[in-house]
Design a binder for this molecule. Structure first.
Ligand code: GAL
Length: 421
């Protein structure tokens, strides 16, 4: 008995000593726990650029990945963690979600690091609307993605006549030719946020004013009118080019279908480029990137930002500031975004290291910003708060799955948005 008891004591003592040593290490090194949803091949490669950058600055990374494109699952986990009084130190976050947490008083103030590094002068207003709340910096933007892209397999395009489509009719003609060639024309994953990503592009193709009126101003006439009916008709047409197994498929598996030639094209934000690059493909040679036909000159954007939650430990606060500073470093923003598929969140980063799609992305963004044709992506939380976004998702997905006619969907959209307001 006494020997066994003694042994037990020894084992517990070892465990206690070991955990004391671990907490001593954690307390002495700057350490951040980062909640994010970057789990696909391309996303993980980009995340590694950030992890390595932080390691070189002595910041220890505690990974908290929550898989699920678009980040809905990650946001559910975040709510549970905050409710339990155990918020992660840093969280990947989009648009109105940042404003929402800031309004609840949960985010840390990054004003001193922002002032010391002059963030105000280099971050465009469209991003600052989300990075700052009540005049205070609450998040550090790491990139700008845009959602109105089409990624096309070059061989499949050549076999379909080789012409890049510039309008809806040409797009349909390309997809028809791909179908005739025996491949899946449109690679798609049936998840609400992916359906909404298609919808964003189709709405934008009906005109900048229409996108703004319907997706940002939530104007009833735009949400329920003839143009919205046409949007839903086009969504049904797109649905006819999707394969039978699309339901629930992750976006990166849809990208893989285009990469391996099983499918011709994917309508997706430029995080898809991260997958193409990870697979060793080159833009212009193996794949093409074009704006969704009819949206040339306009951009729907979303920006991944790292919001820092309020923490009391001064070491953790120090680590948050080190991370925010690292994320905003211009050299880092170039290295990271080259891999991620996005473009820098700062206006002063040169495009030299970027490939043709990245250079186009940076040019399009700057021009759209200057011309008033830059809009927050509804699908990715930059047009309206989550409650309204989710109401729009429900209608778009139900229609995509054949539950409503185009006319019914437009009427449902008006009702769903009114209810969610
Ligand atoms: C977006 C996010 C991107 C990318 C994508 C798919 O919402 O901004 O960085 O990760 O989801 O997961």
């Amino acid at each position: 008995m006494s020997i066994r008891f003694g042994l037990k004591m020894t084992a517990s003592a070892v465990i206690l000593a070991a955990s004391a040593a671990v907490s001593a290490t954690v307390a002495s090194a700057a350490s951040v726990e980062v909640l994010h949803w970057w789990t696909s091949g391309g996303e993980a490669a980009a995340l590694n650029v950030l992890k390595e950058d932080l390691a070189s600055k002595g910041v220890d990374w505690q990974d908290m990945p929550v898989a699920g494109g678009g980040g809905e699952a990650a946001m559910t986990t975040l709510r549970a963690r905050v409710t339990a009084g155990n918020a992660p130190t840093a969280v990947q976050m989009l648009g109105f979600d940042i404003r929402d947490w800031a309004a609840q008083g949960k985010l840390a103030n990054l004003d001193d690091v922002a002032a010391a590094e002059g963030w105000d002068a280099v971050v465009p207003d469209a991003l600052k609307f989300f990075s700052k709340y009540d005049g205070h910096w609450v998040a550090a933007p790491v990139n700008v993605h845009s959602t109105n892209w089409v990624w096309i397999n070059k061989k499949a395009l050549d076999a379909a006549g080789g012409k890049l489509p510039t309008n809806w009719d040409e797009f349909v003609a390309m997809l028809d030719a791909m179908k005739a060639n025996g491949i899946t024309p449109l690679a798609h994953g049936g998840q609400a946020w992916q359906d909404a990503t298609l919808f964003d592009a189709v709405v934008l193709s009906m005109g900048n004013d229409f996108y703004k009126a319907s997706m940002i101003d939530l104007d009833e006439g735009a949400l329920g009118g003839a143009r919205m009916v046409e949007v839903f008709n086009r969504m049904a047409k797109l649905r006819s080019y999707v394969d039978d197994n699309f339901s629930g498929r992750d976006w990166n598996l849809a990208s893989a279908m285009v990469i391996n030639g099983e499918a011709g094209a994917q309508m997706m934000g430029d995080w898809a480029k991260g997958e193409f690059l990870k697979a060793g493909l080159e833009p212009g040679k193996d794949f093409e990137c074009i704006r969704f036909p009819g949206t040339q000159g306009s951009v729907t954007f979303n920006s991944d930002q790292f919001a820092m939650f309020q923490v009391s430990d001064p070491e953790a606060q120090k680590a948050q500031k080190l991370m925010a500073s690292a994320v905003m470093n211009p050299t880092f923003q170039s290295a990271f975004n080259v891999v991620k598929g996005s473009v820098p969140a700062r206006t002063d980063v040169p495009d030299t290291a970027f490939d043709a799609c990245g250079k186009k992305g940076m040019k399009d963004l700057a021009e759209a910003n200057a011309n008033g044709s830059l809009f927050g992506s509804m699908a990715h939380g930059h047009a309206v708060p989550a409650s309204i976004k989710n109401a729009i998702y429900d209608v778009v997905t139900a229609h995509f799955n054949g539950e409503y006619s185009a006319e019914e969907a437009a009427a449902e959209l008006v009702a769903a948005v009114a209810d969610a307001k």
